[in-house]
Design a protein around this ligand. Structure first.
Ligand code: CA
Length: 342
């Protein structure tokens, strides 16, 4: 059984929470579910910007997520896609730098060029419209991309100035693709985390990836002692005749995943068949817990609720109380925090 992260009683909850009179959890209470800020407080500010991370921090998140890709000059930067065109003005700024598929890849741009881009809310491809139209408006204010090191320094700086110990939850994006471009992204990310003191299971850090082989390589070949989280997408998980949940083309089950992973990060839709009153829970959490792993599903959003759920708070309570999850990714760390500390 891996040691569980015990969320600290926050010394400073931020004005936002103090204004709401949030009750701080007592230290002796059992570990409450972790609130993992998905790309920052991304329901309120453009994802993976430092303002979105600051807001998530102030809203009481236990961990802040970083998705990492590499630049042409090999710097790890924090952004969700290997492409830049859905969240920046790269197509307007560098119109002749797309590949044949008309996409603009981070790995084709230097860090200096990427720093010069304006970040905005995520858009669809054509027409270019906001994916979540009620979130932060497009083309307002000024936001930019930053490196993994800069984000870690930002979080560690806040940890010093507030006395809290908010962790990092870093995802390695598309390692196979990066290898095809000539980069070992896992090695780069692990080196950066190590430089900032994230080295083992006691570190306030999780390292996540969808790629089963790559996480095994990180554990064995790269000898990474951090807590690894195997992300699981809906179509990649199958249920065998004996009831076991299997992944990686049916080759792995929860027991074999637990040989290298401290936890799983499943799509939350894998945890329950129908979130309405007639739905029932799948056995995935039980199987993962029996194997000694924690379960941190993604992604709970107030503006993208599953059918049959009245509101965000109901969904959180369902997953935490009945679903027995150990934490969850959310775009709304404020509402998640307020729900789990009650
Ligand atoms: Ca992610």
């Amino acid at each position: 059984m891996q040691p569980r992260f015990i969320p600290q009683t926050p010394a400073v909850c931020g004005l936002f929470l103090l204004a709401l009179g949030t009750v701080q959890i007592a230290a002796e209470e059992r570990a409450r579910p972790l609130v993992i800020a998905h790309r920052g407080a991304s329901a309120y500010l453009p994802e993976h910007t430092l303002p979105a991370k600051a807001l998530a921090y102030g809203m009481g998140a236990d961990f802040l997520e970083q998705d990492v890709v590499l630049t042409r000059d090999g710097h790890p930067i924090v952004t969700h896609d290997i492409h830049l065109d859905r969240v920046t003005d790269v197509a307007e700024r560098f119109p002749d730098r797309a590949r044949d598929d008309k996409r603009f890849y981070a790995v084709d741009f230097t860090l200096e060029e990427i720093r010069s881009l304006q970040v905005r809310e995520r858009t669809t491809a054509n027409p270019r419209k906001a994916v979540y139209p009620d979130r932060f408006p497009l083309r307002r204010s000024r936001f930019s991309l930053h490196t993994l090191a800069e984000e870690i320094e930002f979080i560690q700086g806040l940890n010093q100035s507030t006395g809290r110990n908010v962790g990092i939850y870093t995802e390695i994006k598309q390692p196979k693709w990066h290898r095809e471009q000539g980069f070992d992204i896992s090695r780069v990310v692990i080196q950066t985390l190590k430089k900032y003191g994230y080295v083992d299971q006691n570190s306030a850090a999780f390292l996540q990836c969808f790629d089963v082989q790559e996480l095994q390589r990180i554990h064995q070949e790269l000898d990474c002692q951090l807590r690894l989280v195997q992300l699981l997408a809906l179509p990649d998980v199958v249920r065998a005749d004996n009831g076991e949940f299997r992944v990686d083309g049916g080759k792995m089950n929860m027991v074999t995943l637990a040989a290298y992973a401290a936890g799983i990060g499943p799509d939350f839709l894998l945890l329950r068949h129908d979130f309405g009153p007639k739905g029932r829970w799948s056995d995935l959490v039980n199987q993962a817990h029996a194997a000694g792993m924690v379960v941190h599903p993604y992604t709970l959003r107030a503006d993208q609720l599953p059918a049959g759920v009245a509101d965000f708070e109901t969904l959180v309570k369902q997953l935490v109380t009945d679903g027995q999850v150990d934490g969850f990714f959310t775009d709304h760390p404020d509402r998640a925090y307020q729900t789990v500390v009650r």
